[in-house]
Design a protein. Structure first.
Lengths: 254, 282
């Protein structure tokens, strides 16, 4: 397995987040590696996962990423945007979103940086993050782990973190389930003391010190950090089939 | 039998300063761009624009037509961040009502159903509630007592959507993968307009697609415009894909006032027929 690189471990991490999820919509929304991860999970240990083609079709085959519109795959269902909300609000989804900022309490921001009335950087807007985070499983993909992304406190709360949801109480608290942040360096969750960020694993070749250095708040759990596992030979051949052009190495070059 | 055919110029002639206008489509997909371009050529201003934002929002912002934006996102899809929209927000020149996507959906639906609000869990606990102090919550009157967002109706003065096919009576057909929320925009508006790639005879809808694709009924439409390539440079699957090269050119025009002025003079200060000729000749 000497040929496996950090990008391959990232694929494994982006697959492992679905372990035990069963028959729900596995819905990466950003990047390349999260899509490969979801397909790998379905091709191996979570065969009942439901995946989209990135638009309105639910597709069953694991055709490769980055092949354009010429290969729609086998369509098993139709889920246009309007019907996606039925899935979101019924809680049958695990979304993987991006985040321009992630706070130490698991709040996230994709909306804007600086004051709302006149932001220093306007981003996408909150999209579905507020609703997703109080309705179903949510994970995040951060291909550029840095202090710009991992900040003490986000400028705009688009995604609701566990501590904030707990204060709301009721069903919003029950349904809020922020699972993992997968970055190009590490895996983080928010199951530390008082719902704070905790370092679970570093990817092969990455040190705990490097992750701390590039994170703008203290990470709990530093003394018992695992190393993200490398793909098995069988998984590696599936990854190669899913990503024959190596697009994952463009996203994470290490 | 009413013949509802009209023109972009007539639609824009109905617009008044300060109106609230909703555009169908999603991001850079199946946007009624020929009407957006007609608005850019008109003197109308101070619009409140309600949209799953794409270049409709960016163009109207860049041309100074917008007072307020209501959106959950603004994106060009292949270019995630809409540069003209960003400039407008970062200069503080437009008021913003940022909503969760589900809230946006529910607000349009409430308007269409003539309800004052729809209850929703989405938005609770997020800064959407902080930055929109006008948003209220409502408590479940049942024993659970859950506090929910009372998403206000997004009532529109005018809605414009673009479909693949339509008949002269105002029935509309989408042929792409997703109908988006176009009929909800029409339901939410006082005046409702539909542009389309091609007007067909009612009996020919069945040749184009199954009855499931007849998403817009004529009771939701006041005027129909045949606008071939009218969604350009957004996609209008299966009739044509997004014009990625032109979209990149449009995005680059946000680089400087001079770049925008050049883009505007060449492509926007001209009639629609000339625009369509120019984009083919590129």
């Amino acid at each position: 397995m000497s040929s496996a690189r950090v990008a391959d471990a990232c694929v494994i991490a982006c697959a492992e987040i679905y372990r035990g999820n069963g028959e729900i919509l596995a819905n990466p929304t950003v990047g390349t590696i999260p899509f490969i991860g979801a397909k790998l999970a379905r091709a191996t240990f979570e065969p009942d996962l439901i995946l989209t083609d990135g638009e309105a079709m639910l597709v069953t085959d694991d055709h490769s990423v980055g092949t354009g519109n010429g290969h729609p795959g086998v369509v098993e269902g139709w889920l246009p945007y309007r019907l996606t909300f039925d899935v979101v609000w019924a809680g049958r989804r695990h979304v993987v979103m991006g985040a321009s900022q992630i706070g130490c309490n698991g709040d996230t921001n994709i909306s804007s940086i600086g004051p709302y009335e006149k932001p220093s950087a306007q981003l996408l807007g909150p999209r579905g993050a507020p609703g997703n985070t109080v309705n179903h499983l949510t994970s995040y993909w951060v291909p550029n782990h840095s202090r710009r992304v991992f900040v003490e406190k986000v400028d705009f709360v688009s995604g609701v973190g566990p501590a904030r949801a707990a204060r709301l109480g009721g069903r919003a608290a029950d349904y809020n389930d922020i699972r993992f942040v997968i970055s190009n360096l590490a895996m983080i969750d928010f199951k530390g003391e008082s719902g704070c960020a905790r370092l679970i694993a570093v990817h092969p070749g990455v040190t705990v010190d490097e992750v701390r250095e590039k994170t703008g708040f203290p990470l709990q759990g530093g003394d018992r950090v695992a190393t993200t596992r490398q793909p098995t030979p069988e998984e590696m051949s599936i990854i190669q089939r899913l990503d024959p052009k190596g697009l994952r190495y463009q996203e994470v070059s290490t | 039998m009413a013949d509802k055919r009209t023109t972009e110029a007539e639609i824009v002639g109905e617009l008044e300063d300060g109106m609230t206008i909703g555009f169908g489509g999603w991001g850079a997909r199946r946007k009624p761009m020929s009407v957006v371009r007609a608005i850019l050529r008109s003197p109308v201003k101070d619009l409140t624009v309600v949209s799953w934002g794409g270049p409709d929002v960016g163009l109207l912002c860049a041309a100074g037509k917008v007072r307020k934006l209501v959106y959950a996102f603004v994106s060009l899809d292949s270019i995630p961040l809409e540069p003209h929209f960003r400039l407008a927000r970062q200069s503080g020149s437009v008021e913003a009502m940022e909503l969760d996507e589900g809230m946006f959906y529910w607000g349009l639906y409430a308007a269409g159903l003539r309800l004052p609000f729809m209850p929703n869990r989405a938005g609770i606990g997020s800064d959407v509630m902080r930055v929109n102090p006008g948003l209220k919550t409502v408590r479940s009157p049942y024993e659970d007592g859950e506090e929910l967002v009372a998403v206000p109706a997004l009532n529109l003065d005018v809605a414009v959507v673009h479909m693949n096919r339509a008949d002269i009576r105002g029935n509309g057909q989408f042929l792409g993968p997703d109908p988006y929320f176009d009929e909800l925009f029409l339901m939410a508006a006082k005046r409702r307009f539909m542009t389309c790639e091609r007007i067909v005879r009612t009996e020919d809808f069945a040749r184009e697609g199954s009855f499931h694709t007849l998403k817009v009924t004529r009771m939701l439409v006041d005027g129909v415009v045949e606008a071939p390539n009218g969604a350009h440079f957004t996609s209008c699957a299966p009739d044509y894909p997004r014009d990625e090269a032109f979209l990149a050119h449009y995005a680059a025009s946000a680089a400087s006032p001079q770049a925008w002025s050049d883009f505007r003079r060449k492509y926007l200060d001209v009639e629609e027929a000339d625009y369509q000729r120019l984009v083919v000749q590129r």
